[in-house]
Design a protein around this ligand. Structure first.
Ligand SMILES: [Zn+2]
Length: 115
């Protein structure tokens, strides 16, 4: 690549922008002059960021343990979320019978026990 600042044939290197002791963000800088390069929006996240995102998603989904604990006190109900046809996605839930979005707390006469 050609650096837009020093106009030399250079390459981008990662630089951590620190905020106290934490890395606030990682930018690409010119290896020769150190100028901050225009950041690519589509840049692939580093492995660390991917892991953090996955951990965040796992926390968002609650995980099996959390789910069991939160349901322990509830009476068994024929909620769609307890149905064998209930398909759980990270951001939406589907009914395996109709293929439509399913309300986790809904119910229908086609309820099938998961267990
Ligand atoms: Zn440069």
């Amino acid at each position: 690549m050609k650096c837009p600042f020093c106009k030399e044939e250079s390459f981008a290197k990662k630089k951590n922008i620190m905020e106290g002791w934490k890395v606030a963000r990682v930018v690409e800088v010119c290896a020769l002059c150190g100028a901050e390069l225009p950041q690519k929006e589509t840049e692939n996240p580093s492995g660390d960021e991917r892991d953090a995102r996955r951990a965040g998603l796992a926390a968002f989904l609650g995980g099996d343990d959390v789910e069991k604990v939160s349901l322990a006190g509830n009476a068994d109900r024929d909620f769609c979320r307890n149905c064998a046809n209930f398909i759980e996605h990270p951001f939406r839930t589907l009914c395996g019978i109709s293929g439509d979005a399913a309300d986790p707390m809904g119910s229908c006469d086609k309820f099938a026990d998961k267990k």
